[in-house]
Design a binder for this molecule. Structure first.
Ligand code: C5P
Length: 218
């Protein structure tokens, strides 16, 4: 059960940690790389356990049973659905967290959970983007340039009213995050402050950065 500030009376909070990716851009399953004394995914699971009444870990099918998790799917959204199927029906708030983000902390969970307790269908941590973002077509030609002030880079953990997340996934939709599916369903998704340290490990450089960060070198 969540302790201290993370406790929410009347709510049953579960977290699905998705760790079933193959790491195409990284060149292998990055979630199993060591960072300090444990694997990248172990950091993400540990904070999820502190913030939640229960955690479901979604893993590549070949290791899921051995690790005590559930087998994932071919896409992130499919893996979330497999995890959701293992979340008890009495969960009232469900968070989804990427195993590739080892630096999420209690405050990151508390902010998104609080926003859902306050009435949102979903809440996502977001940071302003520093670069100008272009929308391009298949040939690389720029189609348009959205106003930077309205753009946010979005992270996990994301929190949702449980029934809304289940409904959003019922149509087997695909998205790079879960909020996108809830938005399609007409749900109200709000942003809360994100955390620049809560970076997703995508490349080898990210892993080197994360290891240095964990050693306190940056
Ligand atoms: O590919 P991406 O970096 O967006 O993956 C984010 C998270 O989703 C990672 O923790 C990855 O392990 C997980 N994932 C998954 N199943 C997939 C693809 C990605 O659990 N099929």
């Amino acid at each position: 059960m969540p302790t201290g500030e993370l406790r929410r009376p009347g709510e049953v909070i579960w977290t699905v940690v998705v760790a079933a990716g193959s790491g195409t851009r990284f060149g292998g399953p990055k979630q199993f790389e060591m960072m300090g004394d444990r694997r990248v995914m172990d950091w993400a699971v540990a904070i999820a356990r502190e913030a939640s009444d229960g955690v479901v870990v979604v893993l590549p099918p070949d290791v899921a049973e051995k690790e005590g998790g559930v087998a994932g799917g071919a896409t992130r959204s499919e893996s979330v659905r497999k995890g959701l199927a293992a979340v008890p029906k009495n969960a009232t708030i469900i968070c989804v967290h990427d195993a590739a983000r080892p630096f999420a902390n209690e405050d990151d969970f508390a902010r998104v959970i609080e926003a859902v307790v306050d009435g949102a269908d979903g809440a996502v941590p977001a940071i302003p983007v520093a670069d100008t973002i272009k929308v391009v077509d298949d040939t690389g030609q720029v189609v348009r340039t959205p106003a930077r002030g309205s753009l946010r880079a979005v992270q996990t953990p994301q929190a949702f009213r449980a029934e809304m997340l289940r409904r959003a996934h019922a149509s087997n939709g695909e998205g790079t995050d879960d909020a996108a599916l809830v938005e399609t369903e007409g749900g109200k998704v709000v942003v809360v402050d994100g955390d620049v340290l809560n970076r997703k490990i995508t490349t080898r450089d990210d892993l080197e950065w994360a290891r240095a960060q964990q050693r306190g070198e940056q």
